[in-house]
Structure formats: C-alpha cells, structure tokens
Design a protein around this ligand. Structure first.
Ligand code: ADP
Ligand code: IOM
Length: 343
C-alpha cells in the first residue's frame, strides 16, 4: 500500500493523524482476521466530509492500529486511552428533571447505545453467514422482552419500500445506502441479515446489523429523559441474559466507529430553537461548553429543518452512561435558557 492521498477538502481525523511516520509503522499490519490499514481508512479516504474516517473490523483493530486510532480517540473524547473507562447505568443516579415541562421546545427524546457481540468480527469484516447467525441470536434474545418492551422483529429483506420509507421518515429506522458505511464495507449483502425490532408504541427499538450489530434505542415524545433512560437500561439487562457484548476495560463497549466507544451512548433531543438558530455564535458557544453535538433532523450528516435540531452528548468514552446523559441534560437546560433570553 502506498501513502494514501487524502484530498485537500478532507478534514477527517484519519487524515490528520495518519502522518507518513505513522503510516510507515502500521502499513503492513493486519489483525488475526486479516483486517488491514487499507480497509480501516477506506471510508474516510473516499468521503471528504467524514469526521473520523476510520472503521474497525474487529476488537483487535484498536490495538493493532493504536498508533493511528488512539490519537483519534483522545482527540474526539478528550480521554486518554491508557485510563480505565467506567460504566454506570443505574437510573436512580440520574438527575434529569424534565427541562421543558410545558412542552415548548423539546419534541422528543431518544437514547441509543451501540453493541457488538463478543467473539464476532465487527460489521466491516463479518461474513454473510456470521451476520445471519448473529441476527438469529439477537432475535432469540429479543423474544425474552415482555410487557411494554414486547414487540416484533421485522427483517429488512422483504419489507415493502413504503413501510421502510415511512419508518425512516418517522425517525425509527436507519437509512439505506449510507455512503460512509458503503465504503467501510458495512453494507455488504444488504438487506440480508438486517432488520428492526420494535414494541407496539415504538418507544423501544433495536436495529440489527447496521453500523453496529445492535443499536438499542429508547425514545418517546417530550423531555422525560429519565423515563427514556430507565426503559433502555431495563431492556439491555434482559437482553444481556442471552447475549455477551464486546467490552474492554479501557475502551468500554467496542464499536465499529471510535466515536462510539465507551458508553456507545448517544442521548439526544429534537429541539426547536428558532432564536438561537439565527445566533449560531451563541449556539455553538453553548454546545462547545457542554460537549454537545448538533445534528440535523434526519440524523448524522443531515441538515436542520424548521429550526429543529438534534442535540446530543458528543463524549461517550471516559464518562459513565449517567454522566453522558446528564451532560446532554445540562446543555439542553442552558440552550433553553439562552433561547428564552432571546425572545
Ligand atoms: P444514531 O443516533 O444511531 O447515531 P442517526 O444520527 O443517524 O443515528 O439518527 C438515527 C435516527 O434517529 C434519525 O432518523 C434521527 O432523526 C433519529 N433521532 C435522533 N434523535 C432523535 C430524537 N431525539 N427524537 C426523534 N428522533 C431522533
Ligand atoms: N458514522 C459515524 N460514526 N461517523 C462519525 C463517521 C464519520 O463521520 O467519520
């Protein structure tokens, strides 16, 4: 492999940290599965708007290519990879009273975690057979869910385009043909092995075999963050009685993209901020202070519509789940106060 030529417009962290020196040291390395540098950076090299540009093929990618990935992790999460990551998913520790009791700003709250199974390659390197087997294992674990969490699994293969598009439009299902995932090899054999589980009210959902093998999601209208978190934790605990998720003491939950390591949690609100959207300087000063990420209304790499934004915690490693959610909460409280002050 020759030294890759990232374009001038490319601002990814992969480009930033793949110096010639680092490249020379890792260019011929491979994990036991045979996952190498070329595949690791393929998405970032071909998508100039990648934020990170690196997708791990297995847990070992993080150690084999640590010379490149560790600075990326440290820069994104502000946490050194030599420290231990801590988890706390106890809802009783969460202090997040509804920041918008009158329902003036927050349309909905969603908390998701990414999970991948221990002893399985990650999505970028998984085989078709392994992916199908994994889907069956997840469906089996989901059959344990009862009460409010009880629902059904819908395979993508065979789902009508109308149903699929409606689920995407309503923010329940992942998009098809994501170019970042495409270049990472994460869309191979699409739509086989992919699907979505949801309960009747669509307040609990599980995506199977998208960027991560599982995206476990709790969501509902309004700003009751604690209720959303509690539902998520209850479901994860139940699923863990059948599934073992890939975890490392230093990196937390192992995920395809380094941004999701640690808690693998993204806690977000869809929030209407018409005043702040005309004062982006103020808006971004607050999001920076509270370590928040701004996304568009249809998720990552999309734009805001009607002054509605997706605001979530940016840091996921080196903070516990409770802290990640509280980080989002405190930021949202500050955003609402600033929005009101501009009225
Ligand atoms: P992920 O959250 O898994 O990283 P995306 O950013 O692409 O992936 O979001 C997935 C979907 O979830 C999108 O349709 C997005 O609009 C929706 N979504 C995210 N946060 C919320 C929220 N607070 N309320 C409703 N839908 C949400
Ligand atoms: N898809 C996602 N995890 N993302 C951070 C990719 C990127 O922009 O590099």
């Amino acid at each position: 492999m020759n030294y890759p030529l990232f374009s001038k417009e490319n601002n990814s962290l992969a480009k930033k940290y793949l110096t010639k020196e680092v490249f020379e040291t890792i260019k011929d390395k491979k994990t036991s599965l045979g996952y190498g540098l070329e595949r690791l950076i393929h998405s970032g090299l071909n998508n100039d708007d990648s934020e990170i540009g690196v997708y791990a093929g297995d847990k070992e990618s993080y150690s084999t290519f640590s010379l490149l990935i560790s600075p990326i992790i440290e820069s994104y999460h502000g946490f050194t990879t030599s420290s231990l990551h801590k988890s706390n998913m106890n809802p009783e520790d969460l202090d997040t009273p509804n920041p918008d009791k009158e329902g003036m700003y927050i349309l909905s709250t969603r908390i998701r975690v990414g999970r991948n199974l221990e002893n399985m390659p990650l999505g970028a390197a998984i085989s078709k057979e392994e992916r199908n087997r994994l889907e069956a294992m997840v469906v089996d674990a989901l059959s344990l869910l009862e009460g409010e969490l009880a629902g059904e699994y819908y395979a993508l293969d065979g789902m009508s385009k109308d149903v699929q598009n409606r689920l995407i439009k309503d923010h329940f299902l992942f998009k098809e043909g994501d170019r970042f995932l495409e270049y990472a090899g994460l869309n191979r054999d699409w739509p086989k092995g992919r699907g979505i589980y949801h309960n009747i009210n669509k307040t609990f959902l599980v995506w199977v075999n998208e960027e991560d093998q599982l995206r476990i999601i709790s969501m509902q209208e309004g700003g009751d963050i604690k209720e959303v978190f509690t539902r998520l934790v209850t479901a994860i605990k139940r699923m863990e009685s059948r599934l073992t998720f890939s975890y490392s003491e230093k990196l937390g939950y192992i995920t395809s993209c380094p941004t999701n390591l640690g808690t693998a949690m993204r806690a977000s609100v869809h929030i209407a901020l018409p005043n702040l959207s005309n004062r982006m300087d103020k808006f971004t000063a607050i999001t920076k202070q509270y370590h928040l990420q701004i996304r568009g209304i249809d998720g990552e790499h999309t734009q805001s519509k009607g002054h509605i934004f997706d605001i979530s915690n940016a840091r996921r490693l080196g903070v516990t789940e409770v802290q990640a959610v509280e980080e989002m909460y405190h930021g949202v409280v500050a955003l609402i106060a600033a929005e009101k002050a501009l009225d």
